[in-house]
Design a binder for this molecule. Sequence first.
Ligand code: AMP
Ligand code: ZN
Length: 111
Amino acid sequence: MENCIFCKIIKGEIPSQKVYEDGEILIFKDINPIAKIHLLCVPKEHFAYLSELNDSRAALLGRTLQKIATLAPSLGLGDGYRLVINQGESAGQTVHHLHIHILGGETLGWE
Ligand code: AMP
Ligand code: ZN
């Protein structure tokens, strides 16, 4: 997808601090962390919103959540973590390529 910053990161056209990659997802460090550990998990398939899920993307998302749960201890998240998906501008979505925020590494508050 042209002009998508996360597609450019996936293609290696923009640098990122990768922590995990396989054939269908990439996990990298958020450039502006709001927790001690703040990672972003993106599917390599470009789609903008959670509201664009279809059966195939829903299955991908399920595998992705399972992968995050499996990887969590090795990412320093063994004590717990929070997953966030911002759906739409009102929720604060600024990058229009579906991504899961992975927050942890400390005790998280709830505003
Ligand atoms: P959202 O507000 O849910 O769309 O989240 C977008 C996230 O992408 C924000 O937390 C940004 O800090 C992060 N971000 C934007 N550009 C980059 C980048 N080049 N590398 C890593 N994280 C980025
Ligand atoms: Zn994209």
